[in-house]
Design a protein around this ligand. Structure first.
Ligand code: ZN
Ligand code: ZN
Ligand code: FE
Length: 761
C-alpha cells in the first residue's frame, strides 16, 4: 500500500551534506517526495510502499553523514499526495526565524566515549555534554538560548571550557551547558534530613551501594527527581509501593543497554529505534513469557508489558554502570503530581519516601517527565509527551498565514498539557498531570505563564474546555483576556485531524472516559461528521446513569450497575440480585439504589470508557480500579489472549442521532461470564466495539475515519478497528506524535480556535 511519511529532523543537519544524503537514499530506495532545509531543521516528505518508507526511516539514522547529528527525529504517516519524483527544494530565504526551543536530548556517543576515557579531562564527569546533546528545555529561563539565560548562568567557565565554547571547530562551540569537573555542577549525597554525606563522584559510588542494599534513592535527574530502587529486589519494591501509596500501578524500568532489554522483552526494530533515539522515551514492551525471573513481580503486577528506558544522561550511565542491574526509575512525586525539581522541595515532598537524596547544584528550571511511547503497526504512539519531545511544535499549514491571534489552549483536567499557537506552529507543553492536585495546578499556572513569556504575545486568546468546573476553564475566564470554550470530544477529533494534516470531511470517533457534553451530560462515545468548521454529532451510545458520579470512574462495578438499571429499572435489584450481591455490600446496595431511583448524584453518560470498565467488572477482572484506566487495560490484556472472531449483537436506532444500544451485548455478556473463559468474552467484546465503528462508518458512508480519545490507547481495539475499516476501503487516521488521551486536548483546542476564531477578537 502506498503511503506518505512526513519527517522533521532537528539537530546538526545543516551544511554537512544532509540534503544530498537524503536525496540519494530516497532515490536508491525508490521513493518520491522532497527534502527541504530551513532554519528550523530538515523536513522530508517521502511517498512509496509502506515497507520501503519504514526502511527509509531506519536507514536515515544508521547511514547519516558522519558530521551530522540528529537531536530529534519525529515522523508521521499521512495520506499519499501523489509526488512524481524526489527533489531537493530550495530553502525559503525570507523565512522568519521563529525560535524553536529544543527539547532535552540523550547524551551522544562522542560524549559517552569521553565519559569513559581515563585520559579525558571529563572522565566520569556526570554533567558532560556538547552542542549535539544534553539538557535544553529544562534549563532555559528565557530566550534567546544563551548561557546567561539558562540555569548555568552562575557557573563561570574555566579557561579550557571557554576556549572550546569559543572555537567554531570544536564540538562544544556554543554549547550553552558546557561544563567540566573544574567549573561545572557537581554531585552530593544527602541523607533523608538533607545532611551532606558525600561530595563529587564518591556520592555516586555510595549511592550505587545503597541501591544494591535495597534503599530508595531520590535522584535529581534531568527534568526532575526520580525514585530509584533495585528492580530485582522484592523487599525494596514492596517498601517503595508502601511508601508511595501505589499498590499496583506499573513502575518504569531503566536497563543499561538494549541487549539486556532483549533478554526480558520482545523488541522489534522500531521499538529498538525508539529506545535508542535521542528522545529516549519509556517504551512499552511485551514481556517474554516465563523468562522474567530477574525482574521483581512487584514492578508491574499482572501486567504483560514493561515500560523500559535506557540511560539518557551521563549521570544515569555512570549510575547504571556501578549498579549493573536493571533499576526502577519512577517519578519522584505522589501519583499524578509533577516531579519535584528542587532539592529543598524534594526533602519535604519526598519525606518518608526516599532514604537518600543524590542531588546536584545545576538548577532545573521546569519539570519534564519521562515520555512514554508504544509502537503500533511500526508507528510510534506517544502516550505521554514530555522529555525529548516537548516543546517541539506541530507545524500547521499555510492556511494560517493570516494568523491574527495567539491562542493559548489550556487543555483538559486529567493528563493536562497546554498549547500555544505562534506563526505556523502549535507548541505543545510537556505533560503536566491531574489538575485536581495542588502541585499540578501550580505547575499548570507556571507553565502557562512560562509559555506566554517564551513566545510573547500582546493579546493572547484563551481556549478552554466547555466544562464549567474545570480549574483550567476558570483560570482562562479569570485571565482578563478574551476566552473561548470548546467541547472536549471535538477537541480530541481536531487534535488527530491536525497531526494527520487532514482536509475535508471525516467521521470523527471520540471515545474516552469523560468529557462535558453540550447537553450537560457526560459524553464519551461520540461520532461526529466534521470538516472542523462544522461539527454534526451523528451517533452515540445509549445513555446510562453513573451512580456516585466521579466515584464510578474508580469503580467499574458502578458502571455495570448503571447499565443494568438503565435496562431494567428498579427490578434490577431482583433480577440480578445474586450478581449485585457479589459486587456490593448490603449497605452499598442501599445507597446506590437510593441514588439511582431518586436520580441523586447519578449523571447520565454515553462514555465508551465506562462500557469497557463495566465489562471488566462483569468478567470479574476488576470491580474497583487501583489507578486510572486499570480496568480497561487489564480487559485489553485478557482479550489479547482470547482467540475468536465472534461478536455480540448490537442495534443502532435512528433518532435525532443514531443511538447504539448495548442492551443485548451486556445481557449476553453476563450470561456468558459464568460459562466461557474471560479471555474469549473480552475478545468478543473488543470485536464488537470495532464492529460498531465499522457500522457507523457504513451508515454515514465516509471514507476518512479519525480515531481519538483515551480508549484508542487500547492497541487491540485500535488495530481491530483499523483492520475492519481498511477492509471496507476506508482510510483510518490515529494518533502518532500526540497522545490519544487528554494530553492531546490542548492541541485540538488550539487548532479549532485557529480554524474558527482566527479573526480580530
Ligand atoms: Zn554530546
Ligand atoms: Zn570547565
Ligand atoms: Fe478525553
Amino acid at each position: 500500500m502506498i503511503s506518505r511519511v512526513n519527517i522533521s529532523i532537528r539537530g546538526a543537519v545543516q551544511g554537512v551534506g544532509f540534503r544530498p544524503f537524503i536525496y540519494r537514499l530516497a532515490k536508491e530506495i525508490g521513493l518520491k517526495g522532497f527534502v527541504f532545509n530551513s532554519s528550523k531543521g530538515v523536513f522530508i516528505e517521502a511517498e512509496g510502499d509502506r515497507c520501503k518508507l519504514e526502511e527509509f526511516i531506519l536507514r536515515i539514522e544508521k547511514e547519516k553523514p558522519p558530521r551530522s547529528f540528529i537531536n530529534s527525529l519525529e515522523f508521521s504517516f499521512l495520506e499519499p499526495s501523489g509526488y512524481e519524483e524526489f527533489s531537493i527544494r530550495e530553502s525559503d530565504s525570507d523565512e522568519e526565524k521563529s525560535a524553536i526551543i529544543l527539547p532535552d536530548i540523550a547524551v551522544c556517543n562522542d560524549c559517552l566515549n569521553e565519559l569513559f576515557d581515563v585520559n579525558d579531562r571529563r572522565y566520569l564527569y556526570p554533567f558532560i555534554n556538547c552542542t549535539n546533546c544534553g539538557t535544553r528545555f529544562s534549563i532555559i529561563e528565557s530566550l534567546p538560548y544563551d548561557r546567561p539565560n539558562t540555569s548555568m548562568k552562575n557557573f563561570q567557565m574555566c579557561d579550557k571550557c571557554k576556549s572550546e565554547y569559543e572555537n567554531p571547530e570544536d564540538r562544544r562551540f556554543h554549547a550553552q551547558p558546557i561544563a567540566c569537573p573544574v567549573c561545572g555542577p557537581h554531585l552530593e549525597l544527602w541523607d533523608a534530613e538533607g545532611k551532606l554525606l558525600e561530595k563529587y563522584n564518591s556520592s555516586l559510588e555510595v549511592a550505587a551501594d545503597l541501591i544494591l542494599k535495597g534503599k530508595i534513592i531520590a535522584l535529581k535527574g534531568l527534568g526532575g527527581f526520580q525514585l530509584i530502587v533495585d528492580a530485582t529486589n522484592d523487599l525494596a519494591l514492596n517498601e517503595l509501593r508502601r511508601r508511595k501509596i501505589r499498590e499496583e500501578k506499573p513502575f518504569a524500568l531503566m536497563f543499561s543497554d538494549v541487549q539486556r532489554v532483549m533478554e526480558v522483552c520482545d523488541v522489534s526494530d522500531f521499538e529498538k529505534r525508539a529506545l535508542l533515539s535521542p528522545e529516549a522515551p519509556i517504551v512499552l514492551l511485551k514481556r517474554k513469557s516465563g523468562e522474567n525471573d530477574i525482574i521483581s513481580n512487584l514492578v508491574a503486577p499482572n501486567n504483560p508489558y514493561f515500560g523500559i528506558m535506557l540511560p539518557y544522561t551521563p549521570l544515569h550511565h555512570l549510575l547504571m554502570k556501578l549498579v549493573n542491574k536493571p533499576i526502577v526509575a519512577t517519578s519522584g512525586n505522589l501519583s499524578e503530581e509533577p516531579m519535584c525539581i528542587d532539592e529543598r522541595e524534594a526533602l519535604l515532598r519526598l519525606k518518608g519516601i526516599a532514604d537518600y537524596f543524590l542531588v546536584h547544584n545545576r538548577p532545573i528550571v521546569r519539570h519534564v517527565d519521562d515520555s512514554i511511547v508504544r509502537i503500533v503497526k511500526n508507528r510510534e504512539m506517544v502516550l505521554r509527551r514530555a522529555r525529548g519531545y516537548a516543546p517541539l511544535p506541530i507545524s500547521i499549514e499555510n492556511e494560517f498565514d493570516e494568523n491574527k491571534n495567539t491562542f493559548i489552549a489550556v487543555g483538559a483536567h486529567l493528563k493536562n498539557t497546554i498549547a500555544l499557537t505562534n506563526s505556523k506552529n502549535i507548541f505543545i507543553s510537556q505533560h503536566i498531570g491531574d489538575l485536581s492536585t495542588q502541585e499540578s495546578y501550580n505547575a499548570f499556572t507556571r507553565i502557562t505563564q512560562d509559555f506566554l513569556q517564551l513566545y510573547p504575545s500582546e493579546n493572547p486568546v484563551y481556549v478552554s474546555d466547555l466544562h464549567p468546573d474545570y480549574l483550567s476553564t476558570k483560570y482562562s475566564q479569570n485571565s482578563g483576556f478574551h476566552s473561548i470554550r470548546i467541547q472536549h470530544h471535538k477537541a480530541h477529533i481536531a487534535a488527530c485531524y491536525a497531526e494527520n494534516k487532514l482536509e475535508g470531511e471525516v467521521l470523527g470517533v471520540a471515545w474516552d472516559g469523560t468529557g462535558y457534553g453540550e447537553d450537560g451530560k457526560i459524553w464519551g462515545g461520540e461520532f461526529f461528521v466534521t470538516d472542523l468548521k462544522k461539527f454534526e454529532r451523528v451517533a452515540s451510545f445509549r445513555e446510562f446513569p453513573l451512580p456516585g458520579g466521579e466515584i464510578a470512574i474508580r469503580e467499574p462495578r458502578r458502571a455495570v450497575m448503571g447499565m443494568l438499571y438503565e435496562i431494567n429499572g428498579e427490578k434490577v435489584f431482583d433480577i440480578y440480585r445474586e450478581f449485585i450481591n457479589e459486587k456490593f455490600s448490603d449497605k452499598e446496595i442501599r445507597l446506590i439504589k437510593n441514588m439511582l431511583i431518586n436520580k441523586i448524584n447519578s449523571p447520565l453518560t454515553t462514555s465508551a470508557g465506562r462500557i469497557f470498565d463495566a465489562v471488566a467488572s462483569i468478567l470479574n477482572i476488576r470491580d474497583v480500579s487501583a489507578f486510572e484506566g486499570q480496568a480497561a487495560m487489564m480487559l485489553e490484556y485478557a482479550a489479547i489472549e482470547g482467540n475468536t472472531s465472534d461478536y455480540y449483537e448490537i442495534s443502532i436506532k435512528e433518532e435525532s442521532l443514531y443511538i447504539i444500544d448495548w442492551k443485548k451485548m451486556i445481557e449476553e455478556l453476563i450470561f456468558d461470564s459464568t460459562k466461557k473463559p474471560k479471555e474469549i468474552i473480552a475478545r468478543k467484546f473488543h470485536n464488537t466495539m470495532a464492529k460498531i465503528i465499522k457500522k457507523v462508518a457504513e451508515i454515514k458512508d465516509l471514507k476518512k475515519i479519525v480515531l481519538s480519545g483515551g480508549c484508542f490507547q487500547n492497541v487491540l481495539l485500535l488495530e481491530e478497528t483499523i483492520k475492519l475499516l481498511e477492509t471496507d476501503g476506508r482510510r483510518v487516521f490515529w494518533h502518532q506524535r500526540i497522545p490519544p488521551n487528554d494530553g492531546g486536548i490542548a492541541l485540538g483546542q488550539a487548532y479549532l480556535a485557529l480554524k474558527n476564531y482566527n479573526k480580530e477578537l
